[in-house]
Write a protein that binds this ligand. Structure first.
Ligand code: ADP
Ligand code: GLC
Length: 476
């Protein structure tokens, strides 16, 4: 494949190095997907404490003095198949805890920590690093939001910037007093640029300065321009609507492949899935005649987890079962434990993060529930499609763009792949679970829907081509 151009992807997470959610999966999958479409992609992320072990095997390629209170050094190497730049700035990143928070909550200096990432990303893009100069800086979410702003205000050096919104709920708020510390021009502090409800938001800064804005599904791109979904930024996005596009995420089909599971299965031979189901039932002591459903999710308000205790009692009374894997909000963790305690043999819960278990859950279950209040794209419904684990999802954002709901029309046409419901409330969710029970009881319709789901394309090919065309259009 001939190289059409180069991309520097700037982000706070990237699989397989650091992950708290789908952002990491997408940042990690894009380089090889884009390479297939002619765009050579390198990724810049912070050298968090757990990643510093890689530095010894990498080459130092950039030195940044005075990076918000200390030195920054960038190291480059090809690690686990990714052309990776690690920004080592121990005063900002060498800490115990997660990328955004420690034992005491969010890191107090998150504005500086991610301004540093954005600053270095913008400079590397503008000046080039050891002869490698990108055509496009691809900034992901609020953590890289200042990068397009630094290009716009300090010189772009011919580099185009694209900001991808993975989740508008996180906006990178910073106190207005930090304006000059963060190297932002005071004359840009007005509502048309950096000012955001009297303060700063790195996401807004990116939204007003990027050459293009994308989000991770076409439906979310439309939703974001409305108050119910834009979370204060709807006007900012609507004002740039001719420079906004929705490009659906894909999933890494090498990692999420029923043929690679143990036991293996495929759309042609589903017997392995029956074995996986039996093993899962035994592992969790959940043995039910009806559909065995799963939830694999952060346990947060976004994900509609609070609705489960309202709808699951009727579902299990009708023969269904549920296994929940997740962690997050302590109140929701407690609610999930209580739900399991009330329905022994029908509902089981594992609080924690477990990639291996998530594969076994998708292999063995009949359905995956995703009752999100909003969902920019969502990945687990796509794992569900691929594994014949029928998605039951709220019809919002990327969920609406990936699942074809079973109805008399779609069943007659033989195209249904799951069940969607709207709005995200207990009534609609409960009705969707009744539909799931009925579909499961109709062996022929179930088998057809399962086949349709497994054949639905969820890989990166189409979306990588869309990014490639977008980049090509910008640099032309
Ligand atoms: P979000 O990024 O909003 O959390 P996505 O659906 O885009 O939602 O991505 C979530 C990713 O994290 C998926 O890859 C999902 O399988 C994974 N995940 C979430 N919670 C867990 C968990 N407890 N154990 C294993 N994987 C999880
Ligand atoms: C965010 C969104 C999720 C999306 C992911 C990757 O975490 O909540 O819907 O799939 O980013 O783009």
């Amino acid at each position: 494949m001939q190289i059409r151009g180069r991309v520097l992807s700037v982000a706070s997470e990237c699989v397989p190095f650091i992950k708290t959610g789908g952002l990491a999966d997408v940042v990690g999958a894009l380089p090889s997907a884009l390479a297939g479409a002619g765009w050579e992609t390198r990724v810049l992320i912070p050298a968090y404490r757990a990643l510093r072990g890689h530095l010894a095997a990498m080459e130092e390629v950039w030195h940044e003095g005075a990076l918000f209170g200390g030195d920054g050094r960038v190291y480059f190497g090809r690690i686990d198949g990714v052309d990776l730049y690690l920004l080592d700035a121990p005063h900002l990143y060498d800490r115990d805890g997660g990328p955004y928070s420690g034992p005491g909550g969010d890191w107090w200096d998150n504005p500086q920590r991610f301004a540093a990432l954005s600053w270095v990303g913008a400079r590397m893009a503008r000046e080039g690093v050891s002869g490698w100069k990108p055509d496009v800086l691809h900034a992901h979410d609020w953590q890289a939001g200042f990068a397009p702003a630094y290009l716009a205000y300090h010189g772009a050096g011919g580099v185009k910037s694209v900001l991808t919104i993975h989740n508008i709920a996180f906006q990178g708020w910073a106190n207005v007093g930090l304006l000059s510390d963060l190297r932002l021009p005071r004359e840009q502090f007005h509502p048309g640029a950096l000012e955001y409800f009297g303060n700063l938001s790195s996401l807004k800064a990116g939204l007003v300065t990027a050459d293009w804005i994308t989000t991770v599904s076409p439906t979310y791109a439309e939703e974001l321009m409305r108050p119910a979904f834009g979370m204060g930024l709807e006007g900012v996005i609507a004002a740039r609507r001719d420079r906004v596009s929705g490009i659906l995420n894909g999933v890494d089909t090498a990692v999420w492949s029923p043929e690679a599971e143990e036991p293996a299965f495929s759309v042609k031979t589903l017997s392995g899935k029956a074995k996986a189901r039996a093993a899962l039932s035994a592992e969790f002591g959940v043995d039910v005649p009806g559909p065995l459903a799963i939830v694999v999710s952060r346990l947060t308000d976004q994900k509609g987890i609070d609705l489960l205790p309202l709808v699951i009692p009727d579902f299990v009374a009708a023969g269904g079962g549920l296994i929940v894997l997740g962690s997050g909000d302590p109140a929701l963790e407690g609610a999930m434990r209580a739900l399991a305690a009330r329905h022994p043999g029908r509902v089981a819960v594992r609080i924690g993060y477990d990639e291996g278990l998530s594969h076994r859950l998708f292999s063995g279950a009949d359905a995956v529930l995703v009752p999100s209040r909003f969902e920019p794209c969502g990945l687990t419904q796509m794992y569900g499609l691929r594994y014949g684990t029928l998605p039951v999802v709220a019809a919002t954002g990327g969920l609406a763009d990936t699942v074809i709901s079973a109805s008399p029309a779609t069943l007659a046409a033989g195209v249904a792949t799951g069940i969607t419901f709207y709005p995200t409330d207990a009534l609609a969710f409960g009705q969707a679970l009744s539909k799931l029970l009925a579909l499961h009881a109709d062996a022929k319709a179930w088998a057809q829907t399962q086949k349709n789901a497994m054949r639905h394309p969820v890989g990166w090919e189409t979306s990588a081509a869309a990014y490639a065309d977008l980049f090509a259009g910008l640099v032309r």
